[in-house]
Design a protein around this ligand. Structure first.
Ligand code: ADP
Ligand code: MG
Length: 400
């Protein structure tokens, strides 16, 4: 990996803690649940280095996170399954609080011994969380002597548990995951090993237009796949059949094509496609030379020549950033393009960074999640950071 970008914030390594000192850590335990358990614990595992560092230092840890999008108390979004999973992963007692704040939580925090953990309930059970309510922030701050933010996936949101609390509690420092995410992603923008090859796919151009715009300025090659390529083809006046075309994206794509003409960045679109006669794993499937999609057919994956060409670009890159699958990879007949690109990313000699929930899911499905240099835990936060926006959850922390 090339040298990481400067972080500029104090981190958990700078904390000097007394034995049993209470530390409030904002983690990202926003994990998928299934049948009362955690369906994918990657985000919990990603928080372990910070949690273990603090516990080894003798801290009494109070963890908080949101999970899902509840707008009040909702037992289906309790953090209890995440606490249970954490308890299996670490060698320390893990207690689940019944609420986010309140007298019982305060008592639990006061009784908490060194090297043990109290997990607060889902921060979004409190309305004040998303409103960054100072009263909630102050309550949270009152539970501990120091604050650590390790929730990269929430760092782009100014909520009570990510920003407000730090205004009431110092020291306020970054966790190891937050630091690694920010420095790795920043180095892609600021000092990438060249050539920088960016692969963008997924469903909507509008989600990623700011990123396309940014990388047309900074990347050497930009490879477009996924349903978003049809907004580009529509903008070029090509027939797209029944493919998923985001209308709003067509004008954005047209402008990106225009910008690409005078940019040093090489913007590549698919040269062949895999079509289906409907959006279904059982659909009739055919490989289409060229990219004109006939009526009655939809483009559901990039074709083999495109996948090979993209894979070739990826293998020659000094740095690769990949976000968004190349096709509807959830259906096996249309997963090939995504698999070939994923394998190219996994075996590329350059630095490889992957962001986005579905791209991460695709890597996991192909068993390649450990073969990239950095798999970002934050979708929206990663995109905002790469677009060049400041993350409020990072800005608020103590300067180094
Ligand atoms: P990420 O979560 O990695 O950022 P997105 O959420 O932008 O990715 O997009 C992922 C979705 O795009 C997947 O559910 C995938 O099925 C869908 N998709 C990709 N290509 C196509 C296509 N050609 N037609 C329909 N859906 C597609
Ligand atoms: Mg997604």
């Amino acid at each position: 990996m090339p040298e990481a970008a400067r972080f500029g914030k104090r981190t958990v390594r700078d904390l000097e803690l007394g034995d049993g000192e209470r530390v409030l850590v904002r983690v990202d335990f926003n994990v998928p649940l299934e049948g009362g358990g955690v369906a994918d614990d990657s985000r919990i595992r990603a928080a372990l280095p910070t949690i273990e560092l603090l516990l080894d230092g003798g801290a009494a840890l109070i963890l908080c996170s949101h999970l899902g999008r509840p707008t009040g108390r909702d037992p289906d979004t309790s953090l209890a399954p995440a606490s249970d999973r954490l308890g299996e992963l670490i060698d320390a007692p893990v207690h689940q609080a019944p609420e986010v704040i309140g007298p019982e939580v305060r008592r639990g925090a006061e009784r908490l011994g060194p090297r043990s953990v109290l997990v607060l309930e889902n921060t979004r059970w409190e309305r004040g969380e998303t409103e960054n309510d100072p009263a909630l922030a102050e309550e949270l701050a009152g539970l501990a002597r120091a604050y650590v933010n390790d929730a990269f996936g929430s760092a782009h949101r100014a909520h009570a548990s990510t920003v407000g609390v730090a205004e009431h509690l110092r020291p306020a420092v970054a966790g190891l995951l937050l630091e690694r995410e920010v420095t790795t992603l920043r180095s892609i923008v600021e000092a990438p090993e060249r050539p920088l090859v960016v692969v963008l796919g997924g469903a909507k151009v509008s989600d990623k237009i700011a990123l396309i715009d940014k990388f047309l300025d900074t990347a050497d090659t930009l490879l477009i796949g996924g349903a978003m390529c049809f907004s580009f083809f529509r903008a070029q006046g090509k027939p797209t059949g029944d493919s998923l075309v985001e209308e709003e994206g067509v004008e954005l794509a047209r402008r990106a094509l225009e910008k690409a003409e005078s940019s040093d960045c090489n913007l590549l679109l698919p040269i062949d496609l895999v079509l289906g006669d409907r959006f279904d794993a059982e659909a009739e499937r055919r490989v289409q030379e060229g990219t004109d999609v006939p009526e009655g057919w939809m483009g559901l994956d990039v074709g083999p020549r495109t996948a090979a060409a993209y894979g070739e670009e990826v293998s020659r890159a000094g740095t690769v950033f990949w976000n968004g699958p190349m096709g509807a990879f959830e259906m096996a007949p249309f997963a090939e393009g995504t698999r070939i690109v994923a394998e190219a990313v996994a075996t590329a000699p350059g630095t490889t960074v992957v962001g986005g929930g579905d791209s991460a899911a695709a890597l996991a499905e192909f068993g390649l999640e450990d073969d990239v240099d950095h798999l970002s835990t934050g979708g929206g936060a990663a995109l905002e950071l790469l677009e060049g926006k400041a993350l409020p959850g990072v800005e608020v922390l103590d300067d180094a």
